[in-house]
Structure formats: C-alpha cells, structure tokens
Ligand binder design. Sequence first.
Ligand SMILES: [Fe+2]
Length: 345
Amino acid sequence: MKRFPSSHLFSAELFPLFKKHFELCKVKKGEIVVIFKDAEFNEQYPAAALAAARELGAEVLVMTVPTDTTTQALNSNKAIVNCWKSADMVIGMTSKVHWLYSDVHNEANNAGARTLMLGAPVEELIRLFPTEEVKRRSLNGAKLLTKGKIIRITSDAGTDLTMSKEGRPGSDQYGYTDTPGRWDHWPGGLVACAPLEGSVEGTMVINTGDILLPLGRYVQSPIKLTIREGKIVKFEGGFDSNLLKDFFEAAKEKNAYQVSHIGWGTHHMARWDAMMLRFWEGGGAMDSECYLGNMQIAFGSNFMKLMKGKNVCKFHFDIPTRNHSFYLDNQLIVDKGVIVPPDLK
Ligand SMILES: [Fe+2]
C-alpha cells in the first residue's frame, strides 16, 4: 500500500475507516493535523486522512518531501521541525523516509504533538483495528516493564540473553495516539523497552521460521548471534546467517550491531503468515511485530523520546521471533511464546 496506488475512488472508500480511527485519536475542532508523506507514497491514504480530519473539525495540511530525504535532512529543515512542533497531531505516511528515530519526531512529541505512523495495507488496518483488549494488554505490560530492571530471554533453540533496563521506561503501542506527546502506529499492539546500551550479554538464536523483517524473510536455518557489551560480535550459521551479516556490514555503521529494543506482541488478531502474503505491498511488518506472545528484538537506532534510547544510527533491524521465554526480574512473562500473567493475556 505504500507504493501501489489504486483508484482515486479508494479514498472515498477509506474515509469512514479513517474517521473512526481519528475519533479514537481524539481529533477535534480547531486542532492542527499535519499529514506528512514522501513522494512515492500512495495518494489515496493522505486524501482519505485529509477528509476524515476535516470532517472532525481539524485544520489539515499535507506536507510532501522527496523520497530520498534523509533523517539528517529532516532534522536540519527548520520548516519541517517547526511545522511538526506546532501541530496537535502529525500523521506520518512514508514509503522510504525514516522519521521515527529522528530529532524532528522527538521534538514534536516533546512539544506535545501526538504522532501516528500509518502505511500498512488496508486489510491490516481493518483486521488489526485497535481494541480495548489490546490496549489493556499493552498498557499493563508497559507498566510492568517500567518497574522491572533485569530481562532474561531463553529458548529451547539455545537463546540465553540477559540485559539491564534500569531507569528505562516500558513503552506501549495500542494502535492509536490519543494523548499529547504520544507516538503510536496503526496497526499496533506491543510492549517494548530500550535496554541500557552495553548491558546485553549472551547468545541469541534466531530459529527456523523467525523473521528478519527488513529482508522480508522467514529464517530457513538457525542463526546464532553472540552478543557482548550490547553488540553482536559473532554471526554463526548457514546461508541466513551470512545474509544477515552481509546486510549489517553493508550499512557501514558501527552502532548497527547494538541492541535497540526488546519486548513482546499484544495483538491477538496478528498473523505470522502476513509477511509472506503482503510484504510485496509494504505489509506484514506490524503483524509480525504485534503477534501475541512473540519476542521481538531489534538492533540499531533507538533514539526515541518514549524509550529514552541513546543509540543514534541510520540502521534499524527488527527480528520478531516465536517460542521465546521472557523473564523480568525472574518473573516469567512469556513462556515459550505464551503470555503468563493473567492481566497481560
Ligand atoms: Fe523496531
């Protein structure tokens, strides 16, 4: 959906769906809503968003930047920074421009603007539409994660990883942004935190069937990562391991190897096969990231107000996995892919 335009009538078809979502986001009369897109992104979503926000009484503007705009260029463009900071809500719809881990985004959130990422195929927007159940799981999970200090991840395949997150908040995604300074993603449903840089130690096994998200690939043979002082120091395995190692090396970023964020999925309607079905149209990402009871680990940038991460980097790599166990201060939160505490189920 990011790159494949369809009929202009599709905007009209989307309007009720977007209006229903923006009502959850509490878009109201007199607010300023900025729709931020890049040139390659489809025209139907911004048009539907413009109509929906106007219908709710907001002042709306659409800002389009070239598709090759770098995060650094965003950060240094005062017109963009000031526009985001003075908005009540910014809706980011980009195919390639990375704004999530940017100064622009952090400054906008700090100024009170709420932000929303929107770009998944419409089937996913509908199937993963926010629910109270997902919100409850995410909020309760983030509250628990905020209080915890030590995370341990294990699996039968050989993962045994420990890290400290002391002083770092748990962040929640429940699919809409309804309070000042909040970021969220539609679709969304997960809990995450940025561990202390340098504290991650141990072995991570990405097993067959786990997902290398930026590559749109289900792993065919296990990859063993050795992590020391927060960074990957060794890749072991077959073809998939070499593929992953090559991809990291191509980034030419020393901070690419650093653990970015870790957490679990909270959306019961997310599907593990979605990436196979929809990666070609920019889909599958949030299904795999939000899959109920998954364990997601990421490497690279985590410089984001809501997680208080400190790693500034042009590289970010998400790895959603199945069948991992997640311990927080020795309390079992996820047991081999199944959430344990009743209030997080
Ligand atoms: Fe990520």
